[in-house]
Design a binder for this molecule. Structure first.
Ligand SMILES: Cc1ncc(COP(=O)(O)O)c(C=O)c1O
Length: 461
């Protein structure tokens, strides 16, 4: 079977919450005074129905029927077997991928965008603000807002705004408004521009702008939506892995050996992997790999620490692997992976020893993406190419060992809006960049006074 489909009535009816199963309880977010942040303090930023999901310890959370109706526009997504890639590599491994590129916006992001837009609408909100790195999340939220009838304003990281001009047109087509970040519209943006007028921008800066734009709306009818990192975003994305499990069962696959996803803020990785992390907690032998760029090595080089999600410290301190909230990563083409932090749930799963993070350089990723395009046909997003590079490494390892392993990876998005990066790669204009330990240490200096998250738990830092 090359493609395994589910009918709409076979789609999961509940999201899976990993917080219920992690061996140790999640650490709470902290306010500026060092005390845990309660739901009421988050209320100016998010609607209460999503805050309830953010702090929930319930293992299973029902997907409301109207959200299922929104998801049916493109879900269930196919599970595909990459037989042509397998043949090209001459590997005995069986490679499956979940194809999230079939959504209208071209990635996994609409899975949470439609849910967040619906919950905000239910709460009486009129407008959402957000940031976007690669442009995928901004497109997804603009699309979702158009479905439920909300206004949408997107602050797009400047380097991606310049690299991917058609993303803005997509957002506008769905009725969203898109401005490059840093912008002069917010205090946070003006502060950054005053210090560094030529900055390529970063997700940390764009988040500050979007949160500021939401909380300064005096009508009280604007809220902020985040495309990754937070618990409720991970939750909404678990539909990917839950569908994949059903599809693998249909294909007669009894055991998955390796699960792979690229990781920026952690959401598509969480989506494909968390149902398998649950199996691992309960004794299954599975290797689960989040893959990040070597130029932004959050999980492989940065400590588990309390840090802000944004440069202007608008967000609470979150327990996460972080390179420091004002770290501006190299302007690599995988814009969605240029984030200084990582989802607390993913971070904690790493600390618990449930995940095996990997960092890969940009050139190996583009090479993998070219091979994938020329075998399976799909031109993937530069972010997704990290998952493919790791998959190829694992498939070649299986070949060397002569083992028939089952590898599952998440094809988080297509790259049809990212062709400038492919063009540069083919012209030989791209170079590798890895962060050295002294650069990591320098980036971490500014947060050395933050409360440590892992020291008391693992003694690691
Ligand atoms: C196609 C694609 N994959 C992956 C990511 C990384 O985000 P996350 O780690 O939240 O899945 C992005 C973010 O923009 C993306 O657009």
């Amino acid at each position: 079977m090359y493609k395994i489909f589910l009918n709409e009535d076979e789609m999961p009816r509940q999201w899976y919450n990993l917080a219920a199963d992690l061996p140790s309880p999640m650490l709470p977010p902290l306010g500026p005074d060092g005390n845990p942040v309660g739901p009421d303090q988050l209320a100016p930023v998010f609607p209460m129905n999503l805050i309830e999901q953010e702090v929930s310890q319930e293992r299973w959370i029902d997907i409301p029927e109207p959200v299922l109706e929104l998801l049916y526009r493109w879900r269930p997504t196919p599970l595909q077997r990459a037989v042509h890639l397998e043949r090209y590599l001459g590997t005995p491994a069986k490679i499956y991928f979940k194809n999230e590129s079939v959504s209208p916006a071209g990635s996994h992001k609409p899975n949470t965008a439609v849910a967040q837009a619906w919950y905000n609408k239910q709460f009486g909100i009129k407008k959402l603000t957000t940031e976007t790195g690669a442009g995928q999340w901004g497109s997804a939220l603009s699309f979702a807002c158009s479905l439920v009838g909300l206004e949408c304003k997107v602050f797009m990281v400047r380097i991606s705004f310049d690299q991917k001009p058609f993303r803005k047109v997509m957002m506008q087509t769905w009725g969203g408004q898109c401005v490059p970040s840093p912008s002069t519209e917010t205090q946070a943006g003006r502060d950054v521009l005053a210090k560094n007028p030529d900055t390529p921008g970063s997700l940390g800066i764009a988040i500050s702008e979007a949160v500021e734009a939401a909380v300064t709306d005096t009508t009280g009818q604007t809220r902020y939506a985040l495309g990754s990192v937070l618990n409720h975003v991970m939750l909404h994305q678990t539909i990917i892995g839950l569908e994949a499990k059903k599809q693998l069962e249909k294909a007669g696959v009894k055991k998955v050996d390796t699960v792979i996803g690229c990781a920026g803020g952690g959401s598509n990785f969480a989506g494909i992997s968390f149902p398998f992390v649950n199996d691992k907690i309960h004794g299954a032998k599975i290797e689960i790999i989040p893959v990040e760029p070597a130029s932004c090595p959050t999980l492989t080089k940065a400590p588990f620490v309390y840090d802000h999600g944004d440069i202007a410290k608008m967000t609470p301190l979150l327990p996460m692997h972080s390179l420091g909230h004002s770290f501006v990563p190299e302007p690599i083409h995988a814009g969605g992976l240029r984030y200084h932090g990582m989802a607390p749930l993913v971070s904690q799963a790493v600390v618990e020893g449930l995940l095996s993070p990997m960092a890969i350089q940009q050139m190996e990723c583009y090479k993998a993406a070219m091979i994938f395009a020329q075998t399976e046909g799909i031109i993937v997003a530069p972010e997704t190419s990290h998952a493919i590079a790791a998959t190829i490494r694992k498939a070649l390892e299986a070949k060397e060992e002569g083992k028939e392993r089952v590898i599952l990876f998440n094809l988080s998005g297509h790259g049809l809006m990212d062709l400038a990066g492919y063009d540069k790669y083919m012209q030989g204009l791209l170079v590798d960049h890895a962060m050295h330990q002294d650069e990591v240490d320098a980036a971490l200096k500014e947060i050395s006074h933050h409360p440590v998250a892992a020291k008391n738990r693992t003694g690691k830092w």
